[in-house]
Design a protein around this ligand. Structure first.
Ligand code: CP3
Length: 336
């Protein structure tokens, strides 16, 4: 309801990375799964990981347990995760043959994720919204080009700036695959979807328009053509003032605010959209009265307008689980 534009008090709440290593039951499941991709591609275990935080905290939204790198995996890329180091992919160089988007191959390789969605949809209470997701093309491309995580994104930027026509081919392919992936999640039972552009904030404005805003607009348009009623949440992390242009130009229903976005400004600059955010995940590590005050500040700043309480980025592994319960209790208590 909140994602369709109704102001609710208290606001609904879910957290990015609400499933994950801060939960002992996730670590136990993870230890039994083998590799991280094996966990993402095992529907029973991935459904279990999705449901773990819901059982503990009864969040209003359950985010599908998977990863943004399932899309390159679906395109046939060899995606691995190294313990403690993060993702490892064969780096893609300009001029090399790009992975093809073959709809039937892609659907077969990503079918386990759709089975996870169906399993979770059948298990969730009707009042809990099942949220699907995908990485945005720019962010996914950075992992494909750099071969994993990056600090400077130098290879990806040099390709995008130096040979934009061939980089566009990669982005267009990711747009096509992402549309197919998100539509399949909706058909399987996802009730809303979020597009994670975690590295949108490293692009200068013209590049941000071309590689973050334009692909998001294309994805939203294609998704809405097939599934008009499904709310889309955009998360152009770190985009600064560019977030307002993203909100106006992409057709998303809701905007997830990163930790740095001032709330009074967001209310004014994006008055037509549902807002989501933006507690600093480090507050969930620190806890105490400071956490309570910060939860109350965000809730009060968004009072009376459509809002979904969330973080400004994902939960970190050092988070004491009891602080998550505390934040939700404070949020739900203070609805006067
Ligand atoms: O939010 C959720 O609870 C749902 C599941 C989810 C995961 N990743 C599980 C995960 C979601 C929505 C993501 C999105 C994701 N994945 C993003 C976008 C959001 C963001 O954080 O900016 C990105 C950039 C990735 C890529 C990725 N996945 C990296 C860089 C890493 C390694 C860093 C790390 O935290 O370990 C991952 C691994 C990952 N994805 C884990 C989880 C629970 C930890 C791996 C493990 O359990 O061993």
């Amino acid at each position: 309801m909140a994602l369709r534009g109704t102001a609710l008090s208290p606001p609904p709440v879910w957290f990015m990375r609400q499933a994950g290593r801060y939960l002992p039951e996730y670590r136990a499941l993870r230890a039994r799964a083998g590799g991280f991709m094996d966990l993402c591609l095992d529907p029973r275990k991935a459904a279990e990981a999705t449901l773990q935080p819901i059982r503990r905290y009864a969040m209003d939204g359950a985010i599908l347990f998977a990863d943004i790198l399932i899309v390159p995996y679906g395109l046939g890329v060899d995606v691995g995760f190294r313990e403690g180091e993060g993702p490892a992919l064969p780096p893609l160089h300009p001029g090399e043959r790009l992975p093809d988007f073959a709809p039937d191959v892609f659907a077969r390789r990503t079918a386990p994720v759709m089975e996870t969605v169906r399993t979770v949809a059948a298990a969730l209470p009707a009042s809990t919204t099942l949220i699907g997701f995908a990485g945005a093309p720019w962010t996914v491309a950075t992992y494909m080009v750099e071969g994993g995580s990056s600090r400077e994104f130098s290879a990806t930027k040099r390709w995008a700036y130096g040979a934009p026509d061939s980089f566009q081919v990669l982005i267009d392919r990711l747009v096509e695959a992402t549309v197919a992936y998100l539509c399949a999640q909706v058909v399987a039972g996802a009730e809303a979807v979020q597009l994670f552009d975690s590295w949108a904030g490293v692009l200068p404005e013209e590049a941000f328009r071309r590689w973050s805003v334009a692909p998001a607009r294309a994805i939203v348009a294609a998704l809405k053509a097939r599934h008009p009623g499904v709310p889309v949440i955009g998360f152009p992390r770190g985009a600064g003032a560019g977030i307002a242009e993203y909100a106006a130009a992409t057709g998303v229903d809701a905007i997830s605010l990163d930790t740095s976005v001032p709330l009074a400004w967001a209310r004014h600059a994006m008055s037509e959209l549902v807002l989501q955010g933006n507690l600093d995940p480090q507050w969930l590590v620190v806890g105490g009265d400071g956490l309570d005050a910060e939860v109350a500040r965000i809730r009060d700043a968004m009072r009376g307008r459509p809002f979904v309480f969330n973080l400004g980025h994902g939960i970190v592994p050092e988070t004491p689980p009891e602080n998550v319960a505390r934040a939700i209790a404070v949020l739900r208590r203070g609805n006067g």
